[in-house]
Design a protein around this ligand. Sequence first.
Ligand code: 6R9
Length: 571
Amino acid sequence: MDMQPIPAREGKHNLKDYHNARKNFDWEQVKRKFSWYETGKVNAAYETIDRHAENPSKKNQVALSYSAPDREEELTFEQLKNQSNQFANVLKKHGIEKGDRVFLFMPRSPEFYASFFGVLKVGAIAGPLFEAFMEQAVRDRLQDSEATMLITTPDLLYRVPQEDLPDLKKIVLVGDKVEASERYIDYFAEMKQASEDFAIEWVDLEDGMILHYTSGSTGKPKGVYHVHNAMIQHYATGEWVLDLQENDIYWCTADPGWVTGTSYGIFAPWLHGVTNVIRGGRFTPESWYGTVDKYNVTVWYTAPTALRKLVSAGEDVANQFDMSSLRHLLSVGEPLNPEVITWGVKALDLRIHDTWWMTETGAMLICNYPTMDIRPGSMGKPIPGVEASIVDNEGNELPPYQMGNLAIKKGWPSMMRAIWKNPGKYDSYFVNGWYVSGDSAYKDEDGYFWFQGRLDDVINTSGERVGPFEVESKLIEHEAVAEAGVIGKPDPERGEIIKAFITLNEGYEATDELLEDIRVFVKTGLSAHAAPREIEIKDTIPKTRSGKIMRRLLKSWELGLPTGDTSTLEE
Ligand code: 6R9
């Protein structure tokens, strides 16, 4: 992709530390920012919330600014500390101890965050689930983790197959009119009686904090196990990449069921003590723009799927809102199409900073910082303290421009520490000292990394390797195309042919001429071998709740194969 680099914009950002950080970098420098560096008493909940609540000049600052279609509420650092203390007392009363797994299955709400920190404060391991999960997805995760407690709402209880969950002893219900019993705990009633004082359970940096289940291409979802130590990298990337500053109003669109919604929806912003906007309900272009406008959001971390929807909503929608508060905009989860970056500069006068990482990596690894030139289509460079490379299947490093496995040298602070109850799976990620991501990419001569696809998504057509992302990006540059998902379809002659599924923008009709026009557009804009031989129009492109195009599912549909685990599919 030969687009002009977009230079860094000095002035808006906190550039002071970044260049220094890269020189002589040592994670020890970051550790000094935490109170445990001096006291030896570790708990991420303390660093995230209580430390600010104990600071007279910060305790009354709004920590959580919550809004949903039917509710608005603000909690200060002090209130969040007190409520999470109360909930920790409730947990303790009901027998929860260090190391126990406590799952949270409910929509984003102030109660979610108070409970989450309560779980950490007793030293237990939190397991956040998407509220949209149905019975099978809930069963798989609670069975595998052997969770003993679940926090949910009365509305969602019917999706919890209690008869299949022998370890699950207690259920906390967050709602009105709860009938409490030996098994069911009434959240609001017990909170009212609980003390606001709680002696935090101090843990070891290597003690468990979160289990995030994530779906692979085969088999059941796996439990990615993270420890308190991850806070070191949440803090550092909050500074260097999110560029968080004292008076920021920060908004991360991600649900805490996805790792982005915890690492960057909870830890990074609150470790830096900024006001965190949390929004419930469904998103539309109007509610995205409207949230930035209404709350004067300054830093926004979102995903390509949201940005693409803003692009296709058009200028009329954009013009209804004032986006001038935004200083810094970032994206994660899927490759960020160059077209979207160009749109950001034109429509918002902002660069969009792509960031690459995974559930398994716990925090950002390869990023576009405020301080560097963005090369549209590249996910950026490794953060300080992280070594990334492209390796072959034996873990040997490959030269620039050669496509291979994107790999990270083992040992960054937020790295997963295990796959729950599956040591063999954990070991299989590491080859020759490298963590091998399963993404294919290459590196250019200046050290920028360029994403090509999941290794299992890469298409081979007549011997040419084609990354679906490149074709999708070209497709959405066509004025009629809103979204695109591209797969390789087996073909006796060519090995695979490229098949594209697209949705159309308002006002376009699916005619043969239009489809041909789109095909020619890709052929002339990209290359003949990358032009889709087949294009099918859909109402929606299947995506995960974190916005990833589910090419695996498109492929299964196309081939009439079983669809496997679809628990993370967005309806
Ligand atoms: C944080 C998160 C990880 C996979 C990863 C890759 C894709 C994430 C990306 C990206 C291209 C980016 N991915 N960020 N691809 N550019 N900036 O997304 O975690 O849900 O575990 O997904 O997502 O394929 O391997 P997770």
